[in-house]
Structures are given as structure tokens and as C-alpha cells.
Design a protein around this ligand. Structure first.
Ligand code: AKG
Length: 292
């Protein structure tokens, strides 16, 4: 494996299983923190093998109306979702990751109740792909503009390195601290952004209000990450999972089922939502599940 520079960036790093309190403290300060060894190598390897056919078949370029999303996505970029159907490792291991839930629980539960996936997608960048414009992901929902300083975050991203992330292969670039900028400051300039070198399995945890964008891939191999975009159950996810075969869903844990909207949720006041008729979805549908 290539040696990574020791002072790769100002983005702070924590060791695997660092306490949620410490991780959240850094996240609040900078809007981004590296979680080292978020996934073990066997998990990364099996995920990478399972997604390969879907990545190979996928045509590069924007999945949606490019004028609508305001993010540059060139022909050498592939954003591939539907991972619950595609990858056993995703639906069984990654969606149940204990460290991830230990961080998400205090971030979301007291303010909103349950949380679930906005979308899970592979972010694949081919050699020669130019850098993306810097952007904020939470522009997706108008309500994010109503946040006051100190209000809870409305979107949390976990970007897991499947390949190495380096400056020369398109490592994501961030403007640490920009999650608290108000709109009058405008778009940051590229020289305000820095990247963190990652080994496969390391993850970037960052909030939806942070300015960031993919770097340019000047290497001779693709760069690949897995983005888990998570938000309160108050929001409609970008990706629905109603089409996923029930046999697949029933092989998942209750927690993973909830993450993909196959279970009802509760708000911060214990009010049930996403019901099927008058009862919880899982009761009305007689949904089975597997325990971990
Ligand atoms: C986006 O497409 O919104 C991204 O931020 C991609 C980031 C990356 O691929 O490094």
C-alpha cells in the first residue's frame, strides 16, 4: 500500500471506537472528522467485490437533472445507489455498524427521535475526472435555511474509503469550520479547502452544512468511497427501498430495516410515524427480521 503523508491535512482524526462524546465535540468544532478504521479490511474487501458488477455496468455522469442539484458530476463520476439490494455486506454489516449508531443516537434522538438513510451510494471517480465545485449537501431541503446557530444538524454524512483517498486521486476536499458560515460569506475558494488522506476502511464524518467537493483524479486508477447520508425520520429520503425484495428485507435486523424505511419510526415525543394503517408498519405487514 502507498505510504500516506503524515501531515496530510488539518482535518482531525480519531482512533477506532473513540467515544461518541469526543467524536461529536470535534464534529461540532470543524464540521468534519476522520474516523480511523471505521470498517475492517475484510468488510471493505467483500463490499468492494459485491458492488463491482453494478459499478462496471453504470454509465458515468449525473443521476439527476444537473441544473437541479447544483453539483458538478462529470462523465468520469459514477454515483451508484440501490446498495441494500446489491450488497449483503452493506445490508448486514454496514447498516448495523455499532460505532456509527453510537454517534448517530446522541446527534439525532433527543431532537428528532429516529433517523434513517437519505441515500447510500458509491462515489466512484475515474482517472482524469476534474474536481467538483465546492457545495453543501443540505441545500437539498429548504428547511435547512431556517436553522439558527446552535440548532441540531439535519444531515450527517459518513464517507467510507473503499480505495485509498489521496490528493492525487480525488480525495474529497473540505473547508473545516465552514458549516457555521452564513450565506453572506458566499462560496469558498478552492485554496480554502483541504483533504485528508484515507486508507481503505477509514471514514470521513461530516455535517450536511459543510462546504466540500470531490478532488480531481490525476492518478491512473479509480477512487471509490461509500457515502452514507443520514437524516432525521422527519425528512423524506432521496432513496426509497419499497422495491427491495421482501426476502432480502426479512434477512435484515430491525435496526437495518428501520434505516431503509421498512419499519415505522418515532419522533422525539414518542409519536409514531410512517404507520401502515393504524399500526406500525412491521405489525401490519407481519414483517420478519433477523437479530444480530
Ligand atoms: C457530491 O457529489 O455531492 C460529493 O460531495 C462527492 C464527494 C466525493 O466524491 O468525494
Amino acid at each position: 500500500m502507498t505510504k500516506l503523508p503524515s501531515d496530510a491535512s488539518a482535518i482531525k482524526r480519531v482512533e477506532a471506537n473513540t467515544s461518541p462524546e469526543q467524536v461529536i465535540e470535534l464534529l461540532k468544532q470543524d464540521g468534519v472528522v476522520v474516523l480511523k478504521d471505521f470498517l475492517d479490511q475484510a468488510t471493505v474487501q467483500s463490499f468492494r467485490e459485491e458492488i463491482k458488477p453494478a459499478i462496471d455496468d453504470f454509465e458515468g455522469g449525473p443521476n439527476f437533472n444537473p441544473d437541479g442539484v447544483k453539483v458538478d458530476i462529470g462523465r468520469g463520476t459514477k454515483h451508484v445507489a440501490n446498495l441494500t439490494a446489491i450488497s449483503k455486506t452493506y445490508r448486514h454489516d454496514i447498516l448495523n455498524n455499532k460505532w456509527m449508531h453510537s454517534i448517530l443516537e446522541p446527534l439525532f434522538r433527543p431532537h428528532f427521535g429516529d433517523y434513517w438513510m437519505n441515500r447510500g451510494s458509491v462515489l466512484h471517480i475515474e482517472p482524469g475526472e476534474p474536481a467538483q465545485n465546492l457545495h453543501r449537501d443540505d441545500i437539498l431541503y429548504r428547511v435547512t435555511k431556517l436553522r439558527q446557530p446552535g440548532d441540531p444538524d439535519l444531515m450527517i454524512n459518513i464517507l467510507i474509503a473503499v480505495t485509498e483517498f489521496r490528493d492525487d486521486n480525488g480525495a474529497t476536499r473540505f473547508v473545516p469550520g465552514s458549516h457555521v458560515w452564513d450565506d453572506t460569506r458566499g462560496v469558498p475558494t478552492p485554496d480554502q479547502a483541504s483533504s485528508a488522506a484515507l486508507r481503505p476502511g477509514d471514514a470521513l464524518l461530516f455535517v450536511g452544512s459543510l462546504w466540500h467537493g470531490a478532488g480531481s483524479n490525476q492518478s491512473d486508477a479509480f477512487r471509490q468511497g461509500l457515502l452514507l447520508c443520514i437524516h432525521p425520520c422527519h425528512f423524506t429520503p432521496m432513496e426509497s427501498h419499497l422495491h427491495v425484495p421482501r426476502t432480502i428485507v426479512e434477512s435484515m435486523t430491525p435496526q437495518a430495516q428501520k434505516m431503509i424505511g421498512w419499519r415505522s419510526g418515532i419522533t422525539q415525543h414518542d409519536v409514531p410515524i410512517w404507520l401502515a394503517g393504524d399500526h406500525k408498519m412491521e405489525e401490519t405487514m407481519g414483517l420478519r427480521s433477523q437479530e444480530v
